[in-house]
Design a protein around this ligand. Structure first.
Ligand code: GLN
Length: 190
């Protein structure tokens, strides 16, 4: 199976390392010709405004939109989750290019400047009973989801931190930084 990691900006190496631990050698996707080689794509965390601009610059938006959820499974972590959203709730940087693939609205930097980053064990029932280490770094929050989207994990306050729409997966946290590869394994089976 060929799995790509979008390699424009962000924590590309950490996702690649997790895939290698699972026996998958990822393709680094920078151009449409790389995207054409893969059946699954991880969009890493980083800066969604930068990744969005580079997606547009390298002509990746249209090929992603036409294949997403069909012959291309996509998982976005953090900035990647923002890029998958139908709408981004952020009055300061409105208008950034996003892929608009999942029926959800996401608020960037939702935990404010004082609580930019935190760790929180998460229950994610599709992965089994053991709690998942949740690492949140200037994380977005999934504020609303449409009827085709399933919430897979929430914080104790009810905030959605993982969601799935068919073969599209979004997590607002960073499993690639933890050594717990269960979300990667789940994505490889989507
Ligand atoms: N705050 C970043 C953004 O808005 C996301 C942070 C991350 O990916 N760790 O794009």
């Amino acid at each position: 199976m060929s799995v790509g990691v979008l390699a424009l900006q962000g924590d590309i190496q950490e996702h690649s390392a997790a895939l290698l631990r699972l026996g998958v050698r990822p393709v680094e996707v920078r151009l449409p010709k790389h995207l054409a080689q893969v059946e699954r794509l991880i969009i890493p965390g980083g800066e969604s405004t930068t990744i969005g601009r580079l997606l547009a610059l390298y002509d990746l938006i249209e090929p992603l939109r036409s294949r997403a959820g069909r012959d291309l499974a996509i998982w976005g972590t953090c900035a990647g989750a923002i890029l998958l959203a139908r709408s981004v709730l952020d009055t300061k940087t409105g208008g950034q290019p996003v892929l608009e693939l999942m029926d959800m609205a996401v608020r960037r930097n939702a935990y404010g400047s004082q609580l930019d980053s935190f760790e929180q064990p998460l229950a994610m029932p599709v992965l089994g009973e053991a709690p998942l280490p949740g690492v949140f770094i200037r994380a977005p929050q999934i504020e609303t989801i449409g009827p085709q989207v399933t919430a897979l994990a929430t914080l104790p306050n009810g905030a959605i931190v993982a969601a799935q729409q068919g073969r599209l997966l979004a997590t607002t946290f960073h499993p690639e930084l933890t050594g717990d590869d269960r979300v990667h394994r789940y994505f490889l089976a989507l």
